[in-house]
Design a protein around this ligand. Structure first.
Ligand SMILES: C[S@@+](CC[C@H](N)C(=O)[O-])C[C@H]1O[C@@H](n2cnc3c(N)ncnc32)[C@H](O)[C@@H]1O
Length: 259
């Protein structure tokens, strides 16, 4: 155990990300699981290998725990853009965010911090901030309300690379039972998008995430995640009624039934 978390033997396969995950991830205050960071880091590494280029966006950086893990996986010339109001719990969070980025290997030229409320910016503003580059990976971890999640999904979707991935934090968290309905409303408005994978919780403070991608990219990512993380596969998967999404969980097992 590290702190009160179980240290799982899981890696992204990217040396800089894995060094950070092993040595420093738990030292940076934040709420996302190391399990999820390894899986997202793996996806970012594989995107580079597949020739999927573009920037990274996180909405809700807080002190940078998850942002640093993802940004370390970008290819040279790509930028990580972090959007946050940077006023919670107080204004000093901004200094800690930059100090954490510097301490864990993110040079000033690799990332941009945008102090803003995501509800006050448009996709055009974001497009301009990104210099017109597509977004290949997004992590949405801002205000856990249906309104804000809907806003953030609609903000990033027009800029997403065709093979891009959106990761959503705290899905199915017992403290925010209503928020997941915003995702299903989003799927109804964007039938080309699918739930690729549910990354199960490590803990109540490191709750599940959803990975979303286009139906055209689904099979490719599904195969890759299954190959890389078969050890963590919950074989019954997630029933989406017309298809199944992958489920990766820190301790896969099935209920024991029968004599
Ligand atoms: C749970 S924390 C993020 C944790 C971080 N992603 C991690 O994994 O460690 C949520 C953050 O979202 C920010 N936030 C909430 N609503 C926001 C909004 N509408 N626009 C921008 N940032 C927002 C808060 O300031 C806070 O820093």
């Amino acid at each position: 155990m590290h702190g009160n978390r179980l240290m799982l033997d899981i890696a992204s396969g990217h040396p800089a990300i894995d060094f950070y995950l092993v040595q420093n991830y738990e030292r940076v205050r934040g709420m996302s699981s190391r399990f999820a960071a390894a899986i997202c880091g793996h996806l970012i590494r594989r995107q580079t290998e597949f020739g999927i280029g573009g920037d990274l966006v996180e909405i809700g950086t807080f002190e940078g725990r998850f942002f640093i893990a993802m940004a370390l996986g970008l290819a040279p010339g790509e930028t990580a853009l972090g959007i946050d109001r940077l006023d919670w719990p107080d204004d000093s969070v901004e200094g800690r965010f930059h100090a954490n980025c510097a301490a864990h290997g993110l040079g000033d030229d690799c990332y941009v911090s945008w102090k803003a409320d995501s509800r006050a910016i448009t996709s055009d503003d974001l497009h301009e901030k990104l210099g017109g580059r597509p977004v290949r990976f997004v992590h949405i971890d801002s205000h856990h309300s249906r309104d804000c999640l809907t806003n953030d999904l609609e903000l990033v979707t027009p800029l997403l690379h065709g093979d891009g991935v959106i990761c959503l934090d705290d899905m199915l968290h017992p403290g925010y039972p209503m928020v997941v309905s915003a995702v299903f409303d989003y799927f109804a408005r964007h039938p080309q998008m699918r739930l690729l994978c549910i990354i199960d919780r490590e803990d109540i403070v490191a709750a599940p995430k959803f990975l979303i991608c286009s139906s055209a990219a689904f099979a490719h990512y599904e195969k890759d995640l299954l190959q890389a993380f078969s050890r963590f596969h919950f074989i019954l998967n997630a029933d989406m009624e017309t298809y199944f999404a992958l489920v990766l969980t820190p301790r896969p097992r099935l209920a024991e039934v029968g004599p």
